[in-house]
Design a protein around this ligand. Structure first.
Ligand SMILES: NC(=O)c1ccc[n+]([C@@H]2O[C@H](COP(=O)([O-])OP(=O)(O)OC[C@H]3O[C@@H](n4cnc5c(N)ncnc54)[C@H](O)[C@@H]3O)[C@@H](O)[C@H]2O)c1
Length: 391
């Protein structure tokens, strides 16, 4: 295990692996974070992809000094301190464990990996790395939407009383067309699962994050509505789910329902979360990301109702780095906040959250949904969780 060059005299060197959807979103965050927040000095050094010409063009456009096509070579470089993994799930475990062993701090996109076994290996690598001061984090970026960070604070402060019930729904329609072609996201060996790992992972992380609780029992159902899609060599079987449903019980006694789909015609990226407690309730809709609706159930019934909180005050989480009140922010800002927090944890020598242990916890819930679905929806108990480090 290599130790990081603790507080190197030069700026921290960053390399990102993958330059498509998440590679672009993360690059945007790396490019803007220092203009809005106090973070340690860093340099966007290398962007890594497979196609030399295309990755060179992306590097230029997204603000990276260089590009490369071999991530293995990049993680051995002495001038690289941080590896930001924006590659598909089947590469997460291999890249993250190698980078951590090389003493590089690692931010990896969600879900942590494609399987529980891979996640376990990643947790072991993160724990060994942590013991020599190397940090690791999973990119559940919705934790850093100010309205959702505020929701967690309100729940922790007891504003909802005891949480009884949560509804988390994440609906998209980019696979509604049966002619939509095969991609890595539709093959089990590359994606692990379908809508389940892709978007239910966000919903499950939110439930555990908002309630500061862990899921203990799961009952689930998976369905593939379009079983074959056009591939490079003709029709190819789809080996992952198009949609997933789950009922979760938490250690604290709350019950949560999760429904996710990539074939929900008309829904583009509809993440909605509702939390119902004994004393209050919260509602969030990603299509209006600056708003949180709060009902205070202790007010006189005549004046009770969901109050719209415009989460753009400097007192709200992360907002002091942005614009004057009422000047709204968007989806991409959650990635900037993620980079801010990751950099500051590196600078202060503390562990960021969500940790790999927390990513592993989500992976266990995903696996339990699959196991339940395969057994006609029976209730599956989550094995006891590894220790979790939190902010
Ligand atoms: N946080 C979020 O909201 C969010 C949204 C979408 C995707 N994701 C996650 O981000 C990850 C990437 O998804 P995406 O949508 O960006 O996928 P994508 O298909 O758009 O991009 C994948 C990138 O990885 C690169 N890549 C593949 N193999 C490589 C290799 N061997 N070496 C170097 N680069 C390689 C590809 O060239 C491409 O640039 C996945 O884990 C996904 O679940 C997260």
């Amino acid at each position: 295990m290599t130790s990081p060059q603790a507080s190197p005299a030069r700026p921290l060197g960053v390399a990102a692996i993958g330059y498509a959807f998440m590679g672009q979103a993360h690059s945007n965050a790396w490019r803007t974070v220092a203009s809005h927040f106090d973070v340690p000095d860093f340099e966007q050094k290398v962007l890594v992809g497979r196609d030399a010409v295309a990755v060179a063009a992306a590097a230029k456009k997204y603000g990276w000094s260089e590009s490369a096509t071999d991530w293995r070579e990049v993680i051995t470089r002495d001038d690289i301190d941080i590896i930001d993994i924006c590659a598909p799930g089947w590469l997460h475990a291999e890249i993250a464990t190698a980078a951590l062993a090389a003493g590089k701090h690692v931010l990896v996109e969600k879900p942590l990996a494609n399987t529980v076994a891979e996640s376990e290996a990643m947790v072991a690598a993160a724990q060994a790395a942590r013991s020599v001061g190397v940090r690791s984090m999973v990119g559940f970026n919705y934790r850093r939407v100010p309205a959702l960070a505020l929701a967690r604070k309100l729940i922790a402060a007891g504003e909802l009383g005891t949480v009884r019930q949560v509804r988390a729904s994440y609906l998209q329609d980019w696979l509604a067309d049966a002619e939509s072609p095969m991609t890595w996201r539709l093959r089990k060996e590359t994606a692990g699962s379908g809508a389940l790992g892709d978007i239910a992972s966000h919903a499950i992380d939110q439930i555990q994050y908002l309630l500061d609780d862990t899921v203990t029992e799961v009952s689930g159902k998976l369905h593939t509505f379009v079983s074959e899609r056009p591939g490079p060599d003709g029709l190819e079987p789809v080996t992952v789910d198009d949609a997933a449903w789950a009922t979760l019980t938490t250690a604290g006694g709350a019950i949560a329902s999760v429904d996710v789909s990539r074939v929900a015609l008309g829904q583009k990226n509809a993440l909605t979360i509702e939390v119902y407690g004994t004393a209050g309730s919260l509602k969030f809709n990603l299509e209006n990301p600056n708003e949180l609706f709060f009902l205070n159930g202790t007010e006189p019934i005549e004046v009770q109702g969901f109050r719209r909180i415009l989460v753009t005050e400097p007192e709200h989480p992360y907002i002091s780095g942005w614009w004057p009140q009422g000047h709204v922010i968007g989806w991409e800002h959650s990635f900037t906040h993620q980079i801010r927090d990751f950099l500051n944890h590196i600078a202060t020598g503390t562990d960021p959250s969500p940790s790999f242990e927390e990513g592993f916890g989500v992976q266990q819930v995903l696996a339990a949904v699959e196991a339940s679905a395969a057994a006609n929806g029976i209730t599956v108990t989550i094995p006891s969780l590894l220790p979790t480090s939190k902010d």
